[in-house]
Design a protein around this ligand. Sequence first.
Ligand code: FE
Ligand code: FE
Ligand code: MG
Length: 161
Amino acid sequence: MGTRGREIVGVDVNELIEELNKALADEWLAYYQYWIGAKVAKGPMRGAVVAELEEHANEELEHAGMLVERILQLGGTPILSPEEWYKATNCGYEAPSDPNVKTLLEQNIKGEQCAIDAYQKLIKMVKDKDPITYQMALSILEDEVEHEEDLEALSEDMGLL
Ligand code: FE
Ligand code: FE
Ligand code: MG
């Protein structure tokens, strides 16, 4: 933990670590929802949908890594047990029990919209108070906005929207 780096944070650090852990839980659940969704997907344009879901899965995992790095820098402990994910999550998890690509896309668009709201909230919390977390959250938000757009564009191409 960096002492001065922690001192310059202008918000309650424990509260911030809690928010970062909530986002970490969201990212792991989003990762698995995409990853397993890509495995079970069925229906029209399956190949294109699977490619997009796999790409997003990898990006959610990268987000999880960024969050853990920041939690550790702040002297916090990242969530260590998967059983904590459900307790901490903002956005929850939607099992792809209906493997049709239409349902998968709808579920994942909903997840991205929740992620956008969650990062927007985190950004408001740290704006002008913690430039490092701000920059990280902004960079993740950019990806989540892109994810939503990608999935909506795919749905549109498939005539689902
Ligand atoms: Fe993400
Ligand atoms: Fe995303
Ligand atoms: Mg994409």
